[in-house]
Write a protein that binds this ligand. Structure first.
Ligand code: ZN
Ligand code: ZN
Length: 335
């Protein structure tokens, strides 16, 4: 059995696991059969880990620097309106760009708008759109089962996780493991899509625009040269970090804490009003797993889903069409 893993590089990791955890035998760790749609120990996993380490340095490191900056230098309406404006754009890049449009095809649009959404997605800086679409298809296909990319209940190798370990893995830890989505299984229509490939190739340019260029221009326009550094700190670095955690929380806390309207029929996904507020609607995640192709995640009037408002406005003016709207059926609510 070990030879099968030796070829993939997973054996090294297993050896390290054994040394670290004093496990009794290799067999105890080799619990998983190969999971369909997942490739273990590939070069791509190493490059993804490097990429996400870079994002972590920029976002978490930058956020710490921003907090120190705010402590020593006064900030005001210019920096914080910039924060709010770019935070909304950032989250919409995820909710509309990566998620509801490119992954779930919740609506149709023109070619220029398709490229606009691709750029907006990468403006949100959640990694390659090319990979994200395939990863998220896997999340829905295997939700909270072995094979899910980011479940708080199983790691990438299908081993059960509990408590904080599970939350850490689902929040951001998954990006650092050695389990990659097999693009041959989940990448159909993605690997050769010109807009998605373009977004993937230009993603560092959009990071630069998102983090530095537009916040600097905001500061310059409203406060002059002396407002540039503060606006980049608050509306660039700090905003990117908070927008990252708001979305990561959907995958971690949003699969453990909250209400399940569609209990039993979907994964561990929950409706969580607090995450929904921070993520502009993505936190109505139990609804989303039940109606994944819908442009709305909020379904009841009290489930505020600002992303769906933006899509509705774009539909009204003809920028998008054939929008799929999910309606609340008469399924009884369950706690
Ligand atoms: Zn989910
Ligand atoms: Zn989804």
């Amino acid at each position: 059995m070990a030879t099968k893993y030796a070829q993939t590089g997973v054996q090294d990791r297993l050896d390290a696991d054994i040394a670290a955890k004093s496990r009794d035998s290799v067999e105890e760790l080799l619990i998983e059969e190969p999971i369909v749609g997942v490739r273990f120990g590939t070069e791509a996993a190493v490059s993804r880990r490097r990429e996400h380490l870079f994002y972590a340095m920029v976002k978490q490191g930058g956020a710490i620097a921003a907090v120190v900056y705010i402590f020593f230098f006064p900030t005001g309406w210019i920096e914080w309106t910039g924060f709010a404006f770019f935070y909304v754009l950032n989250i919409l890049g995820m909710s509309i760009g990566y998620h509801r449009y490119f992954t779930h095809n919740a609506f149709e649009t023109s070619k220029p708008m398709r490229y606009f959404f691709a750029a907006l997605a990468q403006f949100g800086v959640y990694g390659s759109l090319w990979r994200w679409v395939a990863d998220h298809r896997r999340h829905h296909a295997m939700s909270d089962k072995p094979g899910d990319i980011h479940s708080p209940y199983y790691d990438g190798h299908g081993r059960a996780l509990e408590g904080r370990e599970g939350l850490k893995h689902a929040h951001l830890g998954w990006a650092y493991d050695d389990c990659m989505t097999d693009m041959e299984v989940y990448g159909k229509g993605v690997v050769d899509d010109p807009a998605i490939v373009w977004a993937h190739k230009t993603r560092y340019f959009w990071l630069f625009v998102s983090l530095l260029v537009l916040p600097a221009l905001w500061g310059l326009a409203f406060g002059g040269l002396e407002a540039i550094i503060g606006t980049v700190m608050v509306a660039g670095f700090l905003r990117l970090a908070l927008a990252l955690h708001a979305i990561a929380a959907v995958n971690s806390f949003g699969h453990k804490f909250g209400r399940q309207r569609f209990k039993g029929r979907v994964s561990g996904a929950r409706n969580n009003w607090f995450i929904a507020l921070l993520s502009l609607g993505e936190g109505w995640h139990n609804n989303h797993h039940e109606h994944p192709r819908a442009a709305n995640a909020g379904m009841a009037w009290y489930e505020i889903d600002m992303t769906s408002w933006v899509i509705r406005a774009m539909e009204a003016v003809g920028l998008v069409w054939n929008v799929r709207w999910a309606k609340l059926d008469d399924t009884p609510e369950k706690a």
